[in-house]
Ligand binder design. Sequence first.
Ligand SMILES: Cc1cc2nc3c(=O)[nH]c(=O)nc-3n(C[C@H](O)[C@H](O)[C@H](O)COP(=O)(O)O)c2cc1C
Length: 322
Amino acid sequence: MSFKIGNLVIENKIILAPMAGVSNSPFRILSRKYGAGLVFAEMVSDKGLLYNNEKTIKLLYMTDVEKPMAQQIFGSDLKTMVEAAVYIDKNSNADIIDINMGCPVPKVAIKAQAGSALMKNPDLIYEIVSEIVKRVSKPVTVKIRSGWDHSSVNAVEVAKRIEAAGAAAITVHARTRSQGYSGLADYDVIKAVKEAVKIPVIGNGDVIDGPSAKRMLEHTGCDAVMIGRGALGNPWIFREIDAYLKDGTILDRPSHEEIREMMVSHLDSLVELKGEHIAVLEMRSHGPWYLKGIEHATQLRKQLSQTKTRNEFVNLVNAFFK
Ligand SMILES: Cc1cc2nc3c(=O)[nH]c(=O)nc-3n(C[C@H](O)[C@H](O)[C@H](O)COP(=O)(O)O)c2cc1C
């Protein structure tokens, strides 16, 4: 079940996606604990790193427990992208440097011409990847989309340039930038990329459980699957997929007590890392995600999205699950 990125052995085929505001150290630790073979940290801005922006530098925080871990950077300027990658290479304990070529949000893709906007410029992609590969010692990977829009699906061409530039693996989120997160991921694009390159290909888009992970692996031949939204409020997904891929076992969903404990311990690890105020703000999103599918939780969801303190959050959760 293992595969390799450069010389790094990844113990299984199940990977946590980079998600801004989500894939921070506490969530990566949970994901590893529950069975992710590799975790991606959320993107950090190249310029933020080079200007020593305090918020950006804080995003680099990681612990050894969550290794192997990939740190993602985004930007569009060759010089600052290379400098940011060199910074990560020297100052971070991350195992992989990943380059974001998939982010669709206007601030990144339009204003900064970064993320998915790079898909429009394969020459620049080649330049950025090859310069970074030359300058760093960690393996370099790239996360792309299918293309910019439906009339310019160029993942195969871009993947070939990325491989030629010396990258160690490619992740394909099989949607175009103009699709955003809507519609279905097109697994044929992942399959075509896998057939076109020799480096490992990580498939991404709409994997939400064991059967969907198996479907993606079988349909595309990809080396591993990456999970984003399916892991929100659901770190158990990694052990569930692992069990299913091993022998078709469908594990029971977590009990209410497991969910309660997870909500409290997730909050407490965020408090430790970021302080109570930011932790509670982040749990305003995580809280309702944990309650997805639980009956009679409408009022609690609303209350959690307005909590102000750690104790208020814990009391509400304990009262609901008692
Ligand atoms: C809240 C959120 C934040 C995200 N942030 C990033 C990011 O920082 N870098 C990145 O490459 N993709 C980011 N993505 C995209 C995911 O990594 C992934 O490609 C996408 O959600 C599709 O996978 P899924 O269907 O498993 O969710 C983000 C997605 C979500 C939902």
